[in-house]
Design a protein around this ligand. Structure first.
Ligand code: NAD
Ligand code: ADP
Ligand code: S3P
Length: 539
């Protein structure tokens, strides 16, 4: 089915036509304007139509034209100013958004748009006192436009070209919509510059916003702070210790104290910016402060983008183990800004690919294909050249696919009663390795070895053939991920696997593969197979 690359809505004079045409030109796409299509269908100009048939009839024709175009046009499509007020068009736009479409609210400065709308005439809705009519319509329409659009673009003081460039950046983003019966829906936005939508995602209720981040991502938190201040929030900078050192009750307590001192209320908000450790901690503070306030994640590592920031698991570590205290608490939105990856060291990027590979094996063979096709480039990831390289689109696509895999499992089973456990492929041994390595081995690397182990176990029990086990090794190896581990005894590993959260009583439980894209639960497998699979990853 054809559908527009983007639909532009906004007030009269916002520049929907002018800027829309410019965007289409820059992106080498066709452009259509609903008003022109209507005039073409009606065989007359819009003012004439209004005069002859009146507004209600115009709205009906407009709705027919717009709904047709939403299913049969694949370029940039601008609507007339009043179109999104019609219920049937609102429903059409909601369907379009649900299927991954982008409805862009072009938010011109009201004075600028009003002045431009008055120029040229031809706008029957402004007959009479044009300024007064425009302002009245703005009051009615602005809240509706904000609601029906999933992308908001402010263009105050910008030339049509500058506005078009900004729009293009927004259109280029990928959006994964996370929803489910027990989840307040939210979007994961992936692309260069998506952090610019921080205010849109936070909304107008928060007055104070705590920006929780670590030192190594200062450059990106500076950007977020500027955006918050520009949007009029009182921004509070909270720096936490890096990596796991930030995921402690002492750090959380320090932030609770700060929020109390600054007078944070239930309508205020938190932004977590950094790797998975920072977003886990920020989410935990958001879940617990006043029993839950709004929070937005800005992940800066690949692992946080594809995994940690998106599923609603928040938490801290205790001396007894990792992530032992926490809560399922979903964010209001996730902004995976590719600009953040420019400072990410190569080894931490590669490690993040461990979870990407896992997602490919359990659900999405396209991920595996992309990884195969670009293994050399991915392995050579260099943040300093990343944004100007072809790798940018490849990485964006991998993040989108992987987040979609996660969203699928989380939507159906937020609290991990069954389906969500499939995301744990490779993690039973992976967690044991992390623990035995005293967390000096990074998570994604341990999961990579864990996936080979799970594949060996699947094979030993007759679910998959040797070729698929070999494919695990060759793909992970080609990306620079480890495929073997030989630094612990079987007894220690077995004891830890019995403490895995999937285990029940004294029975081990694993996720194994039946074929690519088809994981299954494995209960209490034969002891000799469990041990033999371990021997095979020791080589
Ligand atoms: N909530 C979940 O569902 C979930 C899922 C997977 C992992 N996790 C958690 O996520 C954490 C691991 O995440 P991680 O791998 O991002 O580790 P991390 O947060 O420790 O980040 C790794 C290192 O990279 C640095 N870093 C991150 N982004 C950077 C950037 N753009 N530029 C420069 N340096 C950057 C960090 O400061 C840190 O030193 C663990 O605590 C794990 O438990 C949570
Ligand atoms: N960003 C802008 N800067 C300057 N002029 C603009 C800008 N956007 C639009 N215009 C001009 O304002 C007028 C109205 O723009 P138009 O695209 O027809 O608005 P809309 O389709 O949203 O009603 C046109 O003359 C257009 O060239
Ligand atoms: O605001 C409105 O109700 C209208 C806006 C016009 O489009 P523009 O916003 O492109 O001027 C056109 O559809 C018609 O005059 C009605």
């Amino acid at each position: 089915m054809r559908r527009p690359v983007a639909v532009i809505i906004g007030m009269m004079g916002a520049g929907k036509t002018r800027v829309g045409k410019e965007v289409a030109r820059m992106m080498n796409l066709p452009f259509a304007d609903a008003d022109n299509e209507i005039e073409h269908d009606a065989g007359m100009r819009i003012p004439e139509y209004f005069e002859k048939y009146g507004e209600p009839e115009f709205r009906e024709l407009e709705s027919d034209v717009v709904l047709d175009m939403l299913e049969d046009f694949d370029g940039i499509f601008s609507l007339g100013g009043g179109a999104p007020m019609t219920p049937s068009i609102q429903e059409g736009l909601a369907r379009y958004v649900a299927s991954g479409g982008k409805v862009v609210y072009l938010m011109a400065d009201p004075e600028e748009a009003m002045e431009r709308a008055n120029r040229g005439g031809g706008r029957p809705m402004l007959n009479g006192d044009a300024n007064m009519r425009w302002k009245k319509l703005y009051k009615e329409r602005d809240p509706v436009f904000r609601r029906v659009a999933n992308v908001h673009v402010g263009t105050r003081g910008q030339s049509p070209q500058a506005a078009a460039r900004k729009l293009m950046e927004m259109i280029d983003q990928r959006i994964v919509h996370v929803t489910g019966s027990t989840i307040e829906p939210y979007d994961v936005r992936i692309g260069e510059g998506v952090m610019g939508q921080l205010a849109q995602v936070l909304g107008s209720k928060p007055v104070k916003v705590a920006l929780i981040h670590t030192q190594p991502v200062q450059r990106h938190s500076d950007r977020a702070r500027t955006l918050l201040r520009q949007a009029g929030y009182d921004a509070y900078d909270i720096i936490i210790p890096d990596a796991e050192a930030g995921k402690t009750i002492e750090v959380a307590n320090g932030i609770w104290q700060r929020l109390g001192d600054e007078g944070f209320t239930r309508s205020d908000a938190i932004v977590g910016l950094g790797g998975g450790a920072a977003t886990d901690l920020a989410g935990f503070v958001a879940a617990t402060w006043m029993r839950g306030i709004r929070y937005v994640n800005c992940p800066t590592s690949l692992l946080a983008m594809v995994d940690a920031s998106t599923g609603g698991k928040t938490g801290i570590n205790t001396p007894q183990g990792k992530n032992l205290v926490g809560s399922f608490y979903t964010p209001a939105g996730v902004l995976a800004d590719l600009k953040s990856l420019t400072s990410l060291p190569n080894d931490i990027f590669i490690e993040g690919l461990g979870e990407v590979v896992k997602s490919g094996f359990i659900m999405d063979p396209e991920i595996l294909q992309i990884l195969e096709d670009y293994a050399d480039e991915l392995r050579a990831f260099d943040g300093s050249t990343f944004l100007d390289s072809d790798l940018k689109d490849v990485v964006a696509e991998l993040i989108e696919h992987t987040v979609s895999v996660k969203a699928y499992h989380v939507s159906a089973d937020l609290k991990e009663a069954g389906l969500r456990e499939f995301l744990n492929y490779g993690h039973t041994l992976g967690h044991a390795i992390e623990k035995l390595e005293h967390f000096r081995w990074r998570h994604g690397n341990a999961v990579a070895v864990g996936c080979v182990y799970a594949a060996e176990l699947s094979h030993l029990l007759g679910y998959i053939d040797q070729d698929l086990v070999d494919y695990h090794r060759s793909l992970l190896g080609s990306l620079g991920l480890p495929t073997s581990w030989n630094n612990g005894t079987w007894d220690d590993v077995l004891a830890l696997m019995h403490r895995d959260k999937k285990a029940r009583g004294n029975k081990l439980r694993f996720v194994v593969l039946d074929r690519i894209g088809h994981p299954i639960h494995l209960e209490d497998p034969p002891a000799d197979a469990v041990e033999e699979a371990f021997r095979r990853i020791q080589q």
